[in-house]
Design a protein around this ligand. Structure first.
Ligand code: PA5
Length: 437
């Protein structure tokens, strides 16, 4: 088994570190039989010829993705990605976390339809710009509207043949509007594999924009593969997803239903953005007994939110668990704070230290203050811009989600309730009187 580059310190979930509010190994082990059904599913998923989120590191055709990506990098200076939810968040996470700082091709993600933001698309120079349109269903109102509103301008500047070279469509559903539009425009869609949007980051959906941004996508996949292997372990205490998922479930049962993710690294903020969707949309469900299940993901930034949210996390309701993510290497980075003004009491402790040392010290202090008050926390450590470790983290968080769903008795792969608001949007649009000026 390969050596992990993601350090997982979950001790702050335990009684030893945080007193009686923590969980114990016995409680975790008592949940083990409830995971037998999942153990069987994991075995099937791993052995299956059909694609599922767990076997993506082996099933995704990385060669083709890299081949298309190389061509796009050579041909274009800019890439615009239209997509929303799972059709955007994973790709943006990889690109912003691991992408090249000065890529040959700059990738920009549009996952909203604010008309003011989208008006900047009027300035795009299509001659050197690629447009990627990603939608699994192919019927998503936001993505279709984004593409359809830029299409006339693209056609005008590029012509029919140019358009085909400048547009990539990723979609699954041949009956969906995007598939049909692509066909009418003479564009051959890249197939979206049969995995849910929020579990699709390790497919072309996440990896193609990431490759164009300069991400080492093979490294991401190697890390994910290694973590998938570790998450197939039967022993609940040895399997990181079983162990961490069970601990989080137990904390939720004790009323801690808010999961705070707190990265101490600006470039890891997008990981939290991706995780929020995964956790919220997968776990927020009604179970067979009609109980409303789920845990609310919350995003805090270290150190910024120490001056905004920390007081609540320390003295407010005991309804949260906290996951820190940090890059231990940052300690050696950054300018040294000068010795000048060290006679001032507020400057004295800072003088001579690097900004990275201050960053890490603040993380340790925040963690310890939480632990002293019995507030559960854990820490993921990964070295900066390490594609392998991010791959491990992605697979771990996906598997943890599946474990918590199993314990809560819900299906993590559907999202039955959001359809209602989509239907209503279409109704309100139909009701609007269209006024021509
Ligand atoms: O995770 C999911 O399935 C959703 O969040 C979808 O990704 C999101 O609704 C976008 O759907 P689509 O890819 O069909 O446009």
């Amino acid at each position: 088994m390969s050596i992990s580059r993601l350090s997982i310190n979950s001790s702050g979930f335990y009684k030893d570190a945080i007193g009686d509010s923590g969980v114990g190994n016995e409680e975790i082990q008592a949940l083990s039989p409830q995971l037998d059904g999942l153990r069987k599913k994991i075995k099937q998923w791993r052995e299956s010829d059909e694609v599922n989120f767990l076997n993506l590191p082996d099933k995704t055709d990385l060669d083709t993705i890299e081949h298309i990506g190389r061509k796009c990098t050579r041909m274009f200076k800019h890439t615009i990605v239209f997509g929303i939810g799972g059709s955007s968040l994973g790709a943006e996470m990889l690109s912003r976390t691991l992408g090249h700082r000065a890529p040959r091709n700059r990738v920009k993600f549009y996952d909203n339809i604010d008309p003011r933001t989208l008006s900047e698309l009027d300035e795009v120079v299509w001659a050197d710009t690629l447009c990627m349109v990603i939608s699994k269903s192919g019927n998503t109102a936001e993505t279709l509207s984004q593409f359809l509103t830029v299409l006339p301008r693209m056609e005008r500047y590029l012509g029919d043949i140019g358009l085909r070279e400048h547009v990539i469509v990723i979609t699954e559903n041949p009956d969906g509007a995007l598939y049909k539009i692509a066909q009418q425009l003479g564009i051959e869609p890249i197939p979206h594999p049969p995995v849910g949007g929020r579990f699709s980051v390790l497919t072309a959906v996440g990896l193609l924009p990431a490759y164009i941004s300069g991400v080492d996508v093979s490294g991401v996949m190697e890390g994910a593969r290694a973590m998938a292997e570790r998450c197939a372990e039967n022993d609940i205490l040895e399997n990181p997803a079983f162990h961490n998922g069970a601990a989080q479930y137990l904390h939720a049962e004790k009323g801690r239903t808010i999961s705070v993710f707190m990265p101490y690294a600006d470039n890891l903020r997008l990981v939290v953005n991706w995780y929020r969707q995964l956790w919220a949309e997968s776990l927020g469900k009604v179970d067979a007994q009609g109980r409303h299940r789920g845990m609310t993901p919350m995003e805090n930034h270290g150190v910024t939110d120490q001056h905004s949210q920390l007081q609540l996390m320390l003295d407010g309701p005991d309804d949260k668990i906290v996951t820190f993510i940090a890059n231990p290497g940052v300690r050696h980075e950054g300018r040294r704070i000068p010795m000048r003004f060290q006679e001032l009491p507020a400057v004295a402790p800072l003088a001579g230290h690097t900004l990275g040392e201050l960053f890490i010290s603040e993380l340790k202090a925040t963690r310890e203050t939480l632990s002293r008050r019995g507030r559960p926390n854990r820490t993921f450590g990964l070295y900066d811009r390490d594609a392998y470790a991010i791959g491990e983290l992605i697979m771990l968080l996906e598997m943890e989600t599946v474990v918590v769903a199993e314990l809560m008795g819900i299906d993590p792969f559907d999202q039955p309730a959001v359809e209602e608001s989509k239907v209503l949007t279409r109704k309100y649009l139909a009701d609007l009187v269209h006024v021509e000026f």
